[in-house]
Design a protein around this ligand. Structure first.
Ligand code: NDP
Length: 244
């Protein structure tokens, strides 16, 4: 593969960390980004110790004003930006009648507005390169809805509309834009599910188990590859069969 530079948001832990490790193993230079500079530096150092190339960067996806500057710094420092993985995401769960404006804004700003404006910032460099991959980590909840997650589901469903629109706008420039919709994956985000909720949930999953971050990372690796060059505007569910 021609040398590629990948930016992964939310790379400090969980699914994002696994994606960083996988793309580095694929031979890319990986920019590991999240709000915690010390944690992304740790992940980058660990990738380096295992023979990969990675660098940590502080990035807050809810800080829309900083996006262009961050992308410029990366393209100047590394000679391009080829793959953007919009993975950072948060939840603030509650029944809809109890969701405050603040919990709505925090979730929508991080999960949707941040994805929109970071993606907007990579359009020029990717168009100039005539090659790009944008991969958005949404959720099956954006397809199915979920009790107690109306704000999160709205943000993730919004990412699906954004993915398809961007795919249509950038297809002629050889930039593909796809989404991955994970089901329930073992990370910090799901570790506090109580046993009853977890068991009830697993009954709906044909494969009968939760997924692991590496299973999402493999799908990202595929969509970022040269071989996936004729796939755009798609949503790949990686959920043990939960949504079909
Ligand atoms: P984690 O809670 O384990 O990790 C979230 C990551 O996002 C962290 O690296 C965190 O880093 C980063 N992050 C949070 N807010 C911001 C922000 N404002 N700016 C930059 N980075 C931020 O979550 P998962 O790994 O489980 O989830 C990753 C993605 O996958 C999310 O988009 C999530 O919605 C989605 N997903 C997860 C599922 C699951 O079951 N786990 C299911 C479906 C989708 P830091 O705190 O350092 O900023």
């Amino acid at each position: 593969m021609t040398h590629r530079v990948a930016l992964v948001t939310g790379g400090s832990r969980g699914i994002g960390e696994a994606i960083c490790r996988r793309l580095a193993a694929d031979g890319m230079t990986v920019i590991v980004a999240s709000r915690s500079k010390d944690k992304v530096d740790e992940v980058a150092a660990s990738i380096g110790a295992n023979g990969g190339v990675a660098h940590g960067r502080a990035l807050d996806t809810s800080d829309v004003g900083s996006m262009k500057e961050i992308v410029k710094e990366i393209t100047d420092s590394f000679g391009g930006l080829h793959v953007l993985v919009n993975n950072a995401g948060i939840t603030a769960d509650n029944l809809m009648m109890r969701i405050s404006e603040d919990d709505y804004d925090r979730v929508l700003n991080t999960n949707l507005k941040g994805v929109f404006f970071l993606s907007q910032a990579v359009i020029r460099p990717m168009m100039r390169q005539k090659w790009g991959r944008v991969i958005n980590i949404t959720s099956v909840v954006g397809l199915m809805g979920n009790v107690g997650q109306a704000n999160y589901a709205a943000s993730k469903a919004g990412v699906l509309g954004l993915t398809k629109s961007m795919a249509k706008e950038l297809g002629s420039r050889n930039v593909t834009v796809n989404a991955i919709a994970p089901g329930y994956i073992e990370t910090d985000m799901t570790k506090d599910l109580n046993a009853d909720v977890r068991d009830a949930f697993l009954k709906q999953v044909p494969l009968g188990r939760m997924g692991v971050p590496e299973e999402i990372a493999h799908s990202v690796s595929f969509l970022a590859s040269e071989q996936a060059g004729y796939i755009t505007g798609q949503v790949l569910t990686v959920d043990g069969g939960l949504y079909m």
